[in-house]
Design a protein around this ligand. Sequence first.
Ligand code: NAP
Ligand code: HSE
Length: 413
Amino acid sequence: MASIAVLGYGTVGTGITELITKNRERFKKITGEELKISSILVRDIEKHREKVYSNLLTNNIEDIFRKSVDIVVEVMGGIDPAYEYIKRALKLKKHVVTANKDLIAEHGKELLDLADKNGVTLNFEASVGGGIPILKPLMECLIGNEIKNIKAILNGTTNFILTKMDKEDLSYEDALKEAQQLGFAEANPESDVLGYDAARKLSILSTIAYNEKLNWRDIVTEGITQIDKEDFKYARAHGYNIKLLAISSREEDKIYAAVKPVMVKNNSQLGKVENELNAIVLEGDAVGKVLFTGKGAGMLPTASSVFGDITDIIQNKNKKVLRFNEKEASVQKYWNNSSSWFVRIKTKARIEVMCSIAGDFENCHIFSKYATNPGEVVALVKCKSEDFLSSKINKLLELPYVHEIKRFSIIEN
Ligand code: NAP
Ligand code: HSE
């Protein structure tokens, strides 16, 4: 008998209890173990009175540890008090499964060390990519590879919002509301829309992929709040989609990492990923490029990953615990190689601006045809580095007739 305490009975917690109930017999046949939920921690018991396991509810953490528990499943979210509860569980030699990327990105190393010290496991597959199996394949199946780069859509809420704005002409606010109703968004959705959630996931993924601790705060992060309907119109007209991409790559002794809205070809692997789906393209030196895709958020997809982690613990009780490397990665914040950019310059002096940018960049294609808005210049420029682009943009912004400049990196494949 494996006894499981669940901390949190929201979107993911409800999904886990459903999967435990549904898979009980099959699980016993496969593993020889019976799964039992010992208790469920919530803040407000009344809110959950109508749910299946209402008899197991408590709002007192002491009740959780008072009972016999083998695995603590943390799906409350946030740092406090999840951090203290997980440390307590590990010190009591309980295995832990969590979907909490905020916590793993912030305290992953310390918690994994603590798990190792106490001879237990800390699994967190659901913390990156929701229902997509990505951490285990990366640590196990791809172990023979040096990972060269990662390009990924790692946030379901923002991909859902961008898809709805583009394909259904929904407003940003309505699309966000729908994502919240569907249980995709974080308790504080700023974490999704400002790109922090994707940055935390990218830091976890990159720390494992490059075996160097990549601090999520070192990642230059831009969200989706500035994107408007005109951006989609321009992108569509040139065969692109706009996606919030999380990108990292090994660049000699540094790791380049960024989260930003990018224009990608609409028929490319990442360009075709819609709604709450996530996708991760990893490039290994032996395997080449591998694509992982599936639902990156939602009740049952996320619970699927958590259930996999629980099973893994039960089937491999003495497995060696993953550790994060102590070595901190040196992060390169800007893209140093030649690349193309889509720029929108708000100005009343279109001719002057067009002349200026035509001379500034090695390659500059002005989209006069699509500039339906007479107050702006829209162009595709190519330049040797992101620093170079930023310096030219800053110079343009000093001109009295230039009011605002928006830019999107372009990824062709
Ligand atoms: P949620 O729906 O907001 O549920 C959170 C649950 O935790 C609620 O039942 C809440 O209790 C309980 N809780 C929160 N703080 C608590 C506290 N201090 N003491 C006791 N109980 C507390 O959140 P969720 O969407 O399930 O997400 C849970 C975790 O999974 C987060 O770390 C999230 O980032 C991660 N995750 C979510 C998804 C997704 O699609 N939703 C996907 C991957 C990972 P009350 O109900 O009483 O307030
Ligand atoms: N809020 C997150 C997202 C949940 O939208 O991707 C899954 O981690």
